[in-house]
Ligand binder design. Structure first.
Ligand SMILES: C[S@@+](CC[C@H](N)C(=O)[O-])C[C@H]1O[C@@H](n2cnc3c(N)ncnc32)[C@H](O)[C@@H]1O
Ligand SMILES: [Zn+2]
Length: 169
């Protein structure tokens, strides 16, 4: 099978992932791989620093985070966009082992060679989205409908603690 995607420098941020060949709508492109770590482990470490605005963490479910700093693959270079051509799809483990849930990046529409792959990170932090944090998490996707931040607005009714909101995605 010829390689369909490649990582290279992106106009959005740092490295991004680009299509080398046409990708069909609905196609499963790549798995978001990485070490499974609990939210507690990640919160106790230094890889999920919300003050840095940079993350390779993906919230898998309310128990686990995928930490692509360890065992990550090309999917960790995919950037966020407010008008994404891909989406992150959760596949729950049939036996209910939440550590074995998986995330796949799939095409929301047909993607042409040369296009950068993006998905909506859907990040919500479990602290107030202050102007400072919105700036740290500023979005540079360039889409017409860009909200200016990678942070998803919190719903007004979200007064209860957001269990999996520690790092969004
Ligand atoms: C999973 S990494 C993606 C790869 C990243 N471009 C890199 O070179 O490390 C996620 C980080 O990339 C940056 N990023 C991704 N999408 C972005 C966007 N639309 N605007 C600004 N920064 C973005 C942010 O620092 C984010 O925390
Ligand atoms: Zn944007």
């Amino acid at each position: 099978m010829p390689r369909k995607i490649v990582a290279r420098r992106s106009a959005i941020h740092g490295n991004g992932v680009f299509a080398l060949l046409p990708i069909a709508k609905g196609e499963r492109i790549v798995e978001y791989k990485g070490q499974r770590r609990t939210h507690e482990e990640v919160d106790a470490g230094d890889t999920g620093d919300i003050e840095s605005g940079h993350t390779f963490l993906f919230t898998l479910n309310d128990e686990y985070v995928i930490d692509a700093n360890h065992g990550g693959n090309i999917a960790r270079w995919i950037n966020h966009s407010c008008a994404p051509n891909c989406e992150a799809v959760l596949e729950e483990h049939e036996g209910g082992d939440r550590r074995k849930d998986r995330v796949f990046i799939e095409a929301r529409r047909a993607i042409r060679p040369g296009e950068e792959l993006t998905y909506d990170y859907g990040i919500t932090l479990d602290v107030p989205h202050t102007a400072k944090l919105k700036k740290i998490w500023a979005c540079r996707c360039g889409a017409k409908n860009c909200t200016g931040t990678m942070l998803r607005p919190k719903r007004k009714s979200a007064a209860k603690p957001d269990k999996d909101g520690g790092r969004g995605r």
